[in-house]
Design a protein around this ligand. Structure first.
Ligand code: ADP
Ligand code: MG
Length: 264
């Protein structure tokens, strides 16, 4: 048996502030297998970003255990790559220099890794942009640079926190396909946070629905094989897609009815 890429056991997170203690996550358990693509969806404030921070080792959970490839996570590790909604490209660095930043920070920039960055830039259709600066690029291109930077350090597990939410619809669909193709071809494991139900279904093998107050897992659904096998754009045309969308939509409404929560 292969080790799971990610395992969360009884994970809880309490934030303490002047107003008191707030239970942001309660008893979260989740296993993600190697090569699997899992989406986390749920209303704003249900703890999705908190969960990614715990998985990435940026924060330690108040209770419970986070394990990546069989090892307890106690601090950030190169095994985990984190891509955010905002691309955080440095305006004074070229596209190539931004893409190589992670490797540089880890002290792993050498001839081989430099070549790999250039290869990835080529794969993402950015070869001709390598010597340009971020302000020359569209939002979709900038997110592709951020993806190259995340992939360049060769993490096994990628965490994606709403990476497409600031993009226009067409660019977002193109990037969904590109990301799924790139990650599947490298057998990477991914956890995607999104508030877009159709994006979650189209991109993933499994969708995990969370609910707030306190943040916890409400339910999980497997995405049917026909949808899983298709690239995100075609996945939306597959039989069963709309039924699954309706089902997940129903969960959102059930939470809304109870909590008066907002989407996001
Ligand atoms: P999501 O990403 O699902 O919108 P978050 O993980 O960002 O949710 O936040 C979950 C809850 O925890 C929210 O109610 C938020 O206000 C609270 N929260 C997040 N970060 C902090 C923090 N550093 N200190 C106190 N409360 C926080
Ligand atoms: Mg968030």
């Amino acid at each position: 048996m292969k080790k799971p890429a990610l395992q969360l056991e009884g994970v809880s997170q309490v934030y303490v502030s002047a107003k008191g203690a707030f239970l942001a996550l309660q008893d979260v358990g989740l296993t993600v297998n190697q090569g699997e693509f899992v989406s986390l969806i749920g209303p704003s404030g249900c703890g999705k970003t908190t969960l990614l921070s715990l998985i990435s080792g940026l924060m330690a959970p108040s209770a419970g255990k986070v394990t990546v490839l069989g090892e307890a996570v106690v601090r950030p590790t190169p095994k985990v790559g984190y891509m955010l909604q905002q691309d955080y490209l440095f305006p004074w660095r070229t596209i190539y220099e931004n893409a190589a930043l992670g490797l540089e920070l880890m002290g792993r920039l050498n001839d081989t890794s430099k070549l790999y960055v250039k290869e990835l830039l080529g794969e993402m259709g950015l070869a001709r942009q390598a010597d340009r600066y971020p302000h020359h690029l569209s939002g979709g291109m900038r997110q592709r640079v951020a993806l190259v930077r995340t992939l360049a350090t060769e993490p096994d597990l990628l965490l994606l926190d709403e990476p497409f939410s600031a993009l226009d619809y067409q660019t977002k669909l193109q990037l969904e396909d590109l990301v799924v193709e790139t990650l599947k071809s490298r057998n990477k494991t991914a956890v995607l946070v999104t508030h877009d139900i159709s994006e979650a279904i189209a991109m993933s093998d499994r969708v995990v629905m969370m609910q707030p107050n306190p943040g916890r897992i409400m339910t999980e659904v497997e995405v049917p094989e026909a949808i899983r096998k298709a690239l995100p754009l075609d996945a939306r045309e597959q039989e069963g897609f709309h039924a699954l969308f309706r089902k997940l939509w129903g969960y959102f409404e059930a939470i809304d009815g109870k909590e008066g929560a907002s989407y996001g």
